[in-house]
Design a protein around this ligand. Sequence first.
Ligand code: M1P
Length: 252
Amino acid sequence: MSSFADKEIPGVIALFDVDGTLTPARKEISEKMKNTLAALRKKIVIGFVGGSDLIKQKEQIGEDVLGMFDFCFSENGLTAYKLGQQLASQSFIGYMGEDRYNKLANFILGYLAKLDLPKKRGTFIEFRNGMINVSPIGRNCSHAERDEFEAYDKIHNVRPKMVEALKKEFPDYGLIFSIGGQISFDVMPAGWDKTYCLRHIKNEGFTKIHFFGDKTFEGGNDFEIYTHPDVTGHAVQAPEDTLRILNELFQV
Ligand code: M1P
């Protein structure tokens, strides 16, 4: 018997991006969104697919996040859970190897050392299971400082320029670079974008896969899954849009 035989509408799954879709960027989920997801979960299978790591999703959605969704896909599904049980996956360092990763990290740190910014804080490379996350200002900036950096970056294109430099320096590394948030970009092997999570559900027999995301434009980190031929994509601007579309589709 399927693990999801208790759902009111069989064969349907809804996958959600986190920042800007279930929650405001890097902020906490609302009670209304939590209640809506709980009601939706009775009807269909639900999962999130976030670029961030599980620690951040726990901060934003709740410590009990693994119990709130049927599927939890952190780091695009490179860290994956089904009904709270971890699924097998791959790792960034396993793909890269220590030598190549050393060269990449040294280049990034050298580039940032020469970069003049109004403010620099700490944690410029966050090493995760399925990717690295690179932040020119540093990940442990405050909320106000992250807003300031985002505005500065819109004018000075700090991140796009750095991504171009990395592509030029490492053309043969098979990496992709994705600017998904406010202060950083993600670096991962080609194909390890959000479509990676579909590998974990391909044998579950879903006949309809919905995806909700706010960065669905080309270059955004929801683009590949939003445009995937097996997926029905929904572009949203904010969590309020997600709630509205869920109400239209599923009366929750
Ligand atoms: O989920 C989108 C992005 O969220 C964070 O981005 P930032 O800190 O730049 O706002 C990061 O966790 C990033 O990895 C992720 O893609």
